[in-house]
Design a binder for this molecule. Structure first.
Ligand SMILES: Nc1nc2c(c(=O)[nH]1)N[C@H]1C(S)=C(S)[C@@H](COP(=O)(O)OP(=O)(O)OC[C@H]3O[C@@H](n4cnc5c(=O)[nH]c(N)nc54)[C@H](O)[C@@H]3O)O[C@H]1N2
Ligand SMILES: Nc1nc2c(c(=O)[nH]1)N[C@H]1C(S)=C(S)[C@@H](COP(=O)(O)OP(=O)(O)OC[C@H]3O[C@@H](n4cnc5c(=O)[nH]c(N)nc54)[C@H](O)[C@@H]3O)O[C@H]1N2
Ligand code: SF4
Ligand SMILES: [Mo]
Length: 744
C-alpha cells in the first residue's frame, strides 16, 4: 500500500497524491501502484476537441491508468485533469449494461434481439401512421467518424427520414454556417502550430484555459505574441492576456465591424488580395458607413481608443490569428459574427498562411467527424444537398438510386423539438447526448418528450436525466472500449482504440447501427460486407476522395504512426503526413467562382434584454473539472470532489444592492424557470449587471432558465444571454434543523 493510500485510509482523507501523476515525467516516471499497468494501448482523448494523444494502461483486463503520449504532435505528453482521469470513466458507477424496455411504466431488462426488434417495429409503426418524417434522430459529436458515417446512411437511406441532427447544433453549427457562407464550405482553415507562430492572437469568447487547456501550451510557447482576449468575464484565459477586452454581452459584432472600418479607413487592407480572391467588397464597405469606433464604444463598453488600437494591432500584424468558441457561436447573431471574423481575415489577406487564420476552436472530441462524414446538415464529404452533381456522385458510390438522396436537409435540432411539440414528429432516437441537461428552455423540452409515442436513448450511462424518460434504453460502449477515428479542431484525424471490453451487454454504437440495419433489411445494401469500423473507414475514404476533407491517403496504420494526420491528405500526396496543413493558402475557395464572400453584417441587441423585473444578464458555460452534463466526470471522484456543486458568480456591486453575502444560498429566476439554493460566489470575475452559472449540474440546471431563441441561419441556441433576477433563498426547513443542531 502506498503512503498516500495509507494516509488516506488512516486520516479519512483522499488519494489525490496517487491519482495526480502529471504528464509523463521521465525523471519521476510513474511510481504509484494505481498507475502501474501490464500493457499500454495508444488512443486519443475522448473529451475535448484538442485531441490529445494518450495511452491507456491495462492490467488484468481493466483500464487502470492513462498517460500522455510524449510522441503525439498535439500534446507532446501533457494532459489536462479530465484527460488524466479518463480511465475512471470506463469503470465508473452508473454504466448502462443491458437494454431496458419500458413495460407498464417501468424500465425492465430485455435482450438485444427484443430491443432492436422493438426499436424497428415501433419506428416503422409510427412511420406507417404518420409518414416517414415523423421519426427524428438526434446524435452527438462524441462518436467515432466511422459511426457517424454509418449512422447517416442508416437514418437517411434506411429509416428514410431527413429529420436527423446532432448536439453539434447546440455547439458548432454557427461556425459551420459562417464558414459555408464566407468560404463556400465548412472546415477550420488553420493549424495549432499557428498559435506558436502568430504575432497577434485574438481570442473571442473562448476560455481555452479551462476548456482547451493543452492549447495554452502553444500560446505559452510563443514568445512574440500579443494575446488579446474578448470576454465579458475575466476568465483564466483573460488573465493570460496582454490586452483584455471586457466586452458587454453579445457586442462582439459591433467591435469587429468597427475594427473593419478602422482598417478600411486607414488603408490597411490588402487591395490585391481583395481584388483577386473575394467578392462583395463594395457592399461590405457601404454597410460600414455608420459604424465607427465611437458608435461601437457605446455598444461594447470599450473606449474608441482601445477599439482603434486593437484594429491596428490586428491589421499591422504579419501573422494574426483569430480563435473563437462559444462566446461567439451561442448567439442569435452567431453566424454573422463568424462572417465578420472571416471578413477581417479576408480584407487583410490573412488566411491560409503560417500563424494566420480565422479559426473556430471546436468543442467535442469528434464534432469535426460528424461535420465531415455525417449526413445531417451536409451530405458526407461537405457535399451539398442542393447540388445534383453531389447527390449523383454519392448515389454512384453507394449504388443506390439518386432519388433516395434528399435534395434538402431535414429539420435542425431545435426544429425537431418544436415539431415534436406540434405533433409532427412522434418518435425520437437520441444517441450520445443528454438534452434534459443541455437543451435550452427545459420546460419546453420536457413537454416535447412527454408528447412522444416512442423515445429511444442510446447512452454509455444509465440512469441519466434523459434515459429516465426513455421507452427503450440501449447501452453503448464508450471511449476506451471501441475503435475508430476522431478529427480534432485542426482537422487532425487520430486513431481511437479499444483497451478493454464494454461492461455487461453494452455494444459499440457501430454494432448497434449494423444490428438496426439488419433488422430493417438494409444491411447488405447499405453496408455491404461491413464487419467493423475499418470497413466504414475504407468506404468513407472513397467518399471523401477529391473533396476538401480528403482522407483518401490515410490508413489506420499511418494515423497511429504519425499521431494523426491533418486533412486534406489525398492518395499519392507528396507532402509528409506529419506536416502542418492549412486550407486556402492559394486563395482559392470552395464557392462556384472560387472567391470568398465578403458579407455585410449588422449588430443588434440580444433577445430578452434585462428590465426592472429581470435586471441581470445570465451567462452560462464551463469549468475545467467537468465535462458537460457530468455523466462521466460526475462519476469520477477526483474531478467531482474538486467541483462538487454549481455556483453563481455575481459582482460585489450587485451583491451589495441585493444585500447578499458570500456563500448565501440564492434563487435564480427567469421568465421560464428557477434554479434553487445555489451558492453565491461574490467576485469581480463578472461585471456588474451580469451573473454566471456553469451548466454542468442537473441538480441546479441552468437550462431551466435559458431561452428558446435561435440563430436564424445556424439554428444554434442563444445560450450565453437571458435575463434573470436573483433572490436570497428562503431558509430551508432542513437547513433550519441543521443550523439549530449546530447551535445546540
Ligand atoms: N472542461 C471542459 N472543457 C470543455 C467542455 C466541457 O464541458 N468542459 N466542453 C467542450 C465543448 S463541447 C465546447 S463547445 C467547448 C466550449 O469552450 P468555450 O467556448 O471556451 O466555453 P464556454 O465556457 O461555454 O464559453 C466561453 C466563454 O464565452 C464567454 N462569453 C459569454 N458571452 C459572451 C459574449 O457575448 N462575447 C464574448 N466574446 N464572450 C462571451 C463566456 O464568458 C465564456 O468565458 O469546450 C470544450 N471543452
Ligand atoms: N446553458 C448552456 N447549455 C449548453 C451549453 C452552454 O454553454 N450553456 N453548451 C452546449 C454545448 S456547446 C454542447 S456541445 C452541449 C453538450 O451537451 P450533451 O451532448 O448533452 O452533453 P454530454 O454530457 O457530453 O452528453 C453526452 C452523452 O453521451 C453519453 N456518451 C458518452 N460516450 C458515448 C458513446 O460513445 N456512445 C453513446 N451512445 N453515448 C455516449 C454520455 O454518457 C452523455 O449522456 O451542451 C450545450 N448546452
Ligand atoms: S485538453 Fe482536451 S483532449 Fe487534451 S486531455 Fe484535456 S480534455 Fe483531453
Ligand atoms: Mo460544444
Amino acid at each position: 500500500m502506498s503512503f498516500a493510500r495509507w494516509l488516506a485510509r488512516k486520516s479519512g482523507l483522499d488519494t489525490r497524491a496517487e491519482e495526480y501523476a502529471y504528464g509523463n515525467d521521465p525523471v519521476l516516471g510513474y511510481t504509484s501502484l494505481a498507475k502501474s499497468a501490464d500493457t499500454w494501448v495508444s488512443t486519443t482523448c475522448g473529451y475535448c476537441s484538442v485531441g490529445c494523444g494518450m495511452q491507456i494502461g491495462v492490467r488484468d483486463g481493466k483500464a487502470v491508468s492513462v498517460r500522455g503520449n510524449p510522441e503525439h504532435p498535439v500534446n507532446r505528453g501533457k494532459l489536462c485533469p479530465k484527460g488524466l482521469a479518463e480511465h475512471y470513466a470506463i469503470s465508473a458507477e452508473g454504466r448502462a449494461t443491458h437494454p431496458m424496455l419500458r413495460v407498464d411504466g417501468t424500465l425492465e431488462r430485455v435482450g438485444w434481439d427484443a430491443a432492436i426488434e422493438t426499436l424497428v417495429e415501433r419506428m416503422r409503426a409510427v412511420q406507417r401512421k404518420h409518414g416517414p418524417e415523423s421519426v427524428g434522430v438526434i446524435s452527438t459529436g462524441q462518436l467515432v467518424t466511422e459511426e457517424f458515417y454509418a449512422l447517416g446512411k442508416l437514418v437517411q437511406l434506411g429509416l428514410g427520414t431527413r429529420n436527423y441532427d446532432g448536439n453539434t447544433t447546440l455547439c458548432m453549427s454557427t461556425a459551420v454556417a459562417g464558414y459555408k457562407r464566407s468560404f463556400g464550405s465548412d472546415g477550420p482553415p488553420g493549424a495549432y502550430e499557428d498559435l506558436e507562430q502568430a504575432d497577434v492572437i485574438l481570442l473571442i469568447g473562448a476560455n481555452i484555459a479551462e476548456n482547451h487547456p493543452i492549447l495554452c501550451m502553444r500560446v505559452d510557447a510563443n514568445p512574440r505574441r500579443t494575446l488579446i482576449v474578448a470576454d465579458p468575464r475575466v476568465t483564466k484565459t483573460a488573465m493570460m492576456a496582454d490586452v483584455y477586452l471586457p466586452v458587454k454581452p453579445r457586442s462582439d459584432l459591433a467591435l469587429l465591424n468597427a475594427m473593419l472600418r478602422v482598417i478600411l479607413d486607414e488603408g490597411l487592407y490588402d487591395r490585391e488580395y481583395v481584388a483577386r480572391h473575394t467578392t462583395g467588397f463594395a457592399e461590405l464597405r457601404a454597410s460600414l458607413e455608420s459604424v465607427t469606433p465611437e458608435s461601437a464604444a457605446k455598444i461594447t463598453g470599450l473606449t474608441p481608443e482601445v477599439i482603434r488600437k486593437v484594429a491596428l494591432l490586428y491589421a499591422r500584424a504579419e501573422r494574426p490569428f483569430i480563435g473563437w468558441t462559444m462566446g461567439v457561436n451561442h448567439s442569435t447573431k452567431g453566424t454573422e459574427t463568424v462572417n465578420a471574423i472571416n471578413n477581417l481575415a479576408l480584407v487583410t489577406g490573412k488566411i491560409g498562411q503560417p500563424g494566420a487564420s480565422p479559426f473556430s476552436i471546436t468543442g467535442q472530441c469528434n464534432a469535426m467527424g460528424t461535420r465531415e462524414a455525417g449526413f445531417s446538415s451536409s451530405l458526407p464529404g461537405y457535399r451539398k444537398f442542393e447540388s445534383k452533381d453531389d447527390r449523383e456522385e454519392l448515389a454512384r458510390l453507394w449504388n443506390v438510386a439518386v432519388e433516395r438522396i434528399p435534395a434538402q436537409r431535414g429539420l435542425a435540432y431545435p426544429d425537431i423539438i418544436e415539431a415534436v411539440v406540434a405533433g409532427k414528429i412522434r418518435a425520437l432516437w437520441i444517441i450520445g447526448t443528454n438534452p434534459i441537461v443541455s437543451f435550452p428552455n427545459l420546460d419546453l423540452l420536457k413537454h416535447a418528450l412527454g408528447q412522444l409515442e416512442f423515445l429511444v436513448v442510446q447512452d454509455g450511462f444509465h440512469p441519466t436525466p434523459t434515459t429516465e424518460h426513455a421507452d427503450l434504453v440501449l447501452p453503448a460502449a464508450i471511449w476506451g472500449e471501441k475503435e475508430g477515428t476522431y478529427t480534432n479542431s485542426e482537422r487532425r484525424v487520430s486513431k481511437v482504440n479499444a483497451a478493454v471490453t464494454p461492461p455487461g451487454e453494452a455494444r459499440s454504437d457501430f454494432d448497434i447501427f449494423l444490428a438496426v440495419a439488419e433488422r430493417l433489411g438494409c444491411r447488405e445494401e447499405l453496408f455491404p460486407g461491413w464487419q467493423g469500423p475499418g470497413d466504414a473507414f475504407e468506404e468513407w475514404k472513397r467518399a471523401s476522395w477529391g473533396r476538401l476533407c480528403d482522407y483518401s491517403g490515410m490508413t489506420y496504420a499511418a494515423l497511429e504512426q504519425h499521431g494523426g494526420i491533418q486533412w486534406p491528405y489525398a492518395l499519392g500526396a507528396k507532402d509528409a503526413p506529419a506536416a502542418s496543413r492549412r486550407l486556402y493558402a492559394d486563395g482559392v475557395f470552395q464557392t462556384d467562382d472560387g472567391r470568398a464572400r465578403l458579407l455585410p453584417t449588422e449588430w443588434t441587441p440580444f433577445p430578452e434584454q434585462p428590465n426592472g423585473e429581470f435586471p441581470l444578464v445570465l451567462n452560462t458555460g464551463r469549468t475545467v473539472e467537468h465535462w458537460h452534463t457530468r455523466t462521466k466526470t460526475g462519476a469520477i471522484s477526483i474531478l467531482e470532489r474538486m467541483a462538487p456543486r454549481a455556483w453563481l458568480e455575481m459582482n460585489p456591486t450587485d451583491a451589495t444592492v441585493l444585500g447578499l453575502r458570500p456563500h448565501d444560498r440564492v434563487e435564480v429566476i427567469s421568465r421560464r424557470g428557477r434554479v434553487s439554493r445555489i451558492e453565491l460566489r461574490i467576485t469581480e470575475i463578472v461585471a456588474p449587471g451580469q451573473v454566471f452559472l456553469p451548466f454542468h449540474f442537473f441538480e441546479t440546471n441552468a437550462n431551466q432558465l435559458t431561452q428558446s431563441a435561435y440563430d436564424p441561419i445556424s439554428r444554434e441556441p442563444n445560450f450565453k444571454q437571458c435575463s434573470v433576477r436573483v433572490e436570497r433563498s428562503p431558509l430551508h426547513a432542513h437547513e433550519g434543523a441543521q443550523t439549530s443542531l449546530h447551535h445546540g
